[in-house]
Design a protein around this ligand. Structure first.
Ligand SMILES: Cc1cc2nc3c(=O)[nH]c(=O)nc-3n(C[C@H](O)[C@H](O)[C@H](O)COP(=O)(O)OP(=O)(O)OC[C@H]3O[C@@H](n4cnc5c(N)ncnc54)[C@H](O)[C@@H]3O)c2cc1C
Length: 431
């Protein structure tokens, strides 16, 4: 393939497709390579897609996109072995336009989204692995694919190849991620009749909910388990830092089985049929792990640029926003025919000024802090459960005495000063 394109996009996930869509819409000649049989075939996601960033690309997409359920309730469960303390929010305003977010199955959604980019004029080539960037005179000028006639040239190459981003690594933009910079997540799609989902999760037929679980379900390792409702299935999964898993010597699929069999979870899944199983890394190092994302003739977007807000489980929206901003920068660069690092750097500046950079900066020390102070997940969540159990058990003990006992047991292990330090530290990294 000797043809030259304006832009080559590597990877047809949310970041790559968002970028290809915007570029093609602006009339640029775009080619997008995807190693999977089709977009979405290799993608793994808990399944919450955010309306706002998708709508900025395709207004009112919910009228035609293959979505599962609009999420009307977000639940948070702080779990011990046989108990949990819960909180959450249910809002019926989320059940109607313009909605807040949706559950999706990526195999369906990504195919649809990539097709929209094709309708705008992008050329999508599936089942093709980009093996390397072609670099001439310190400038990326194209890519080498695994096809026999596989060299393709362009003014700009967009690396949207996901968390591992071997291509950015080859360019020296980042090193191998450390085990505390990535989470390993495993998930399963479990088929369940829609009426059972609605009964068990207290939902109307056109409503969905998400449950994030902390504490015992990850055996105290930094991470979360999740359970999301689709139309006729639920997605259940668990993700923890790779370093935490290695330290605890727990296999991820054993952890998922543990979650599925937790007494608070098991009844919700009864009678399910397993449909799909997948494992994937999530870039969770946050702001401090963002690598170099711009070079001469090249930009990096989405997971490849380490853009995930683990605290709010936002990744697909940051991927789309970065893809869109990269496209807008490339369109401007083309007007002046300048694809240098200097020119393309305005993508990085815009990204860092946007909610993406600001949110990642806000939580920049969170993962690291919670990883190095395991007491938050290991000690405080069980403590909270014991306190709630004690307070809500009516046994004739005066409430004031209960309060005293709870406070005493809370400071028993770490001491009053230790607890105050822990509270201050948590406030500092979350504020
Ligand atoms: C278990 C799990 C749960 C998650 N839950 C959520 C959630 O609920 N909400 C949310 O917003 N985010 C969630 N995320 C994060 C979210 O999935 C990612 O942030 C998002 O998919 C990033 O999009 P991307 O396009 O950058 O990368 P990806 O979706 O990983 O897409 C990269 C694409 O590039 C292709 N590719 C890679 N290398 C090459 C190559 N050399 N040549 C050609 N093609 C290549 C891949 O096949 C893939 O299609 C979750 C992630 C995991 C693992």
């Amino acid at each position: 393939m000797d043809e030259k394109f304006d832009v080559i996009v590597v990877g047809a996930g949310p970041a790559g497709t968002a970028c290809a869509y915007e570029l093609a819409k602006a009339g640029l000649k775009v080619i997008m390579f995807e190693r999977g049989e089709y977009p979405g075939s290799k993608n793994v996601m808990g399944g919450v897609l955010y309306r706002k960033q998708m709508e900025e690309i395709i207004p009112e997409f919910w009228k035609e996109a293959p979505l599962e359920r609009p999420v009307v309730e977000q639940r948070f469960w702080m779990m011990d072995e046989e108990s949990m303390v819960t909180m959450g929010y249910k809002g019926l305003e989320w059940a109607k336009e313009p909605y807040n977010n949706f559950t999706v199955l990526r195999a369906k959604f990504d195919q649809w989204f990539a097709q929209k980019a094709v309708e705008q004029g992008a050329l999508l080539i599936n089942e093709t692995v980009v093996e390397a960037c072609i670099v001439e005179d310190n400038r990326v000028v194209g890519v080498r694919t695994d096809r026999p006639d596989g060299d393709v040239y362009a003014d700009v190459v967009v690396l949207a190849d996901g968390v591992n981003s071997l291509l950015a690594k080859q360019l020296g933009f980042h090193k191998e991620w450390r085990p505390d910079e990535v989470a390993l997540a495993v998930m399963e799609v479990l088929k369940l009749p829609s009426e059972k989902i609605e009964d068990r999760f207290n939902l109307e037929p056109d409503q969905g909910c998400t449950i994030e679980m902390f504490g015992d379900v990850t055996k105290g390792i930094l991470g979360t388990a999740f359970l999301y409702t689709n139309k006729e299935s639920v997605n259940i999964g668990v993700g923890t830092t790779l370093s935490g898993l290695m330290k605890a010597k727990i296999r991820p699929y054993d952890l998922l089985e543990y979650v599925k069999n937790h007494p608070m979870v098991k009844p919700l899944l009864e009678g399910n049929e397993s449909q799909e199983y997948a494992a994937h890394l999530i870039p969770e190092g946050g702001y401090n792990s963002i690598p170099k994302i711009v070079g001469n003739g090249v930009v990096v977007v989405g997971d490849a640029a380490h853009l995930v807000n683990a605290i709010h489980r936002e990744g697909s929206n940051m991927a789309m926003a970065s893809g869109r901003m990269a496209a807008e920068t490339i369109i401007t660069a083309r007007e002046v025919n300048d694809f240098s690092e200097n020119m393309l750097d305005s993508y990085r500046v815009r990204l860092m000024d946007s909610f993406v950079g600001q949110d990642l900066k806000k939580y920049k020390d969170t993962t690291h802090t919670f990883e190095h102070h395991p007491q938050y997940f290991k000690e405080y969540i069980p403590m909270l459960n014991r306190a709630a159990g004690q307070m809500f058990t009516v046994d004739g003990t005066p409430k004031k005495q209960k309060q005293k006992e709870i406070l005493r047991s809370m400071t028993e292990n770490r001491g009053k000063l230790g607890v105050l330090q822990d509270l201050y530290r948590a406030w500092k990294v979350m504020k």
